[in-house]
Write a protein that binds this ligand. Structure first.
Ligand SMILES: [Cu+2]
Length: 269
């Protein structure tokens, strides 16, 4: 359901780009300064403080939403003292824990909470687990260099995809058991006129995390929260015909109670 929304959103932001004021906040390529300027304009128009306005907008993000990266970058770099104010920090906890909040919004909220020193977060905020993962396309290999990685449920993951190959590649994390289904869905999109525009991301609730196409020689990073349910979640490039060899496994384990009390950060590079 989100792929058409994503395309509609991208088209609307391109149209809004010329309008100045508010639009730059939602444009994936905006710099931090451009986003901040846009946020102040949006917030003034809504008669809210910039921070309140940003948190309000975060609550309205969709499950998979390209705006989340920009919102998360802004919030995570916000003045720590403002984020740590009890009313602000509690809103972030509520956003992160609410069943009504979309996955993208929960990720933005957790990134912001991680930016607050642990001893200044609201009582009851669980310790935050952070994992850095780096995956690269193998040049001329039609494969990722990393065939699997392991993460505890609920971990905040920062994933980077490097592409030193001559072809474009994406990376989707999908529901357990759906590798072939998502791969063949990507193949079919290669035969439709708007497949490329949708970055070959199948329109399916089984697509949980989306890293859009990365051009040759480029890299992209994104944030997401590892699923709560332990299991093996395939990751795959859905550029037509790549999926059979260009895939791997994200193994989600039950969270360990050993980490209670303090944050943990690990890296799988
Ligand atoms: Cu690929």
């Amino acid at each position: 359901m989100f792929a058409p929304l994503l395309v509609a959103f991208l088209m609307s932001t391109h149209q809004a780009a010329g309008a100045g004021d508010c639009g730059a906040l939602d444009i994936p390529t905006s710099s931090r300064e451009e986003r901040l300027t846009a946020l102040r304009a949006c917030a003034a128009a809504a008669a809210e403080s910039p921070l309140d306005h940003l948190i309000n907008r975060t609550g309205k993000l969709m499950a998979v939403d390209q705006r989340a990266e920009g919102y998360g970058d802004l919030l995570a770099s916000w003045d720590q003292a403002e984020l740590a104010k009890p009313e602000v920090a509690q809103r972030l906890v509520k956003l992160m824990q609410s069943a009504e909040t979309a996955a993208s919004a929960r990720t933005v909220a957790l990134r912001a909470l991680a930016a607050i020193p642990a001893d200044r977060r609201p009582d009851g905020t669980p310790p935050i687990r952070l994992l850095e993962v780096e995956i690269a396309a193998v040049p001329s290999g039609m494969a990722y260099d990393k065939k699997e990685f392991t993460v505890a449920a609920g971990t905040l993951v920062h994933l980077t995809l490097k592409n030193p190959d001559a072809l474009e590649h994406n990376l989707l994390i999908c529901s357990p058991g759906s590798l072939a289904e998502m791969g063949t869905a990507g193949d079919r999109m290669g035969q439709t006129p708007d497949g490329k525009l949708k970055e070959f991301v199948p329109d399916s609730p089984k697509v949980l995390v989306v890293m859009g196409l990365v051009a040759p020689g480029k890299s992209k990073s994104m944030w997401f929260i590892a699923p709560e349910k332990p299991g093996t979640y395939p990751y795959v490039c859905t550029y037509p015909s790549h999926w059979r060899t260009m895939n791997g496994k994200m193994k989600v384990t039950a969270p360990t109670s050993a980490t209670s009390g303090s944050d943990t950060a690990t890296s799988q590079k």
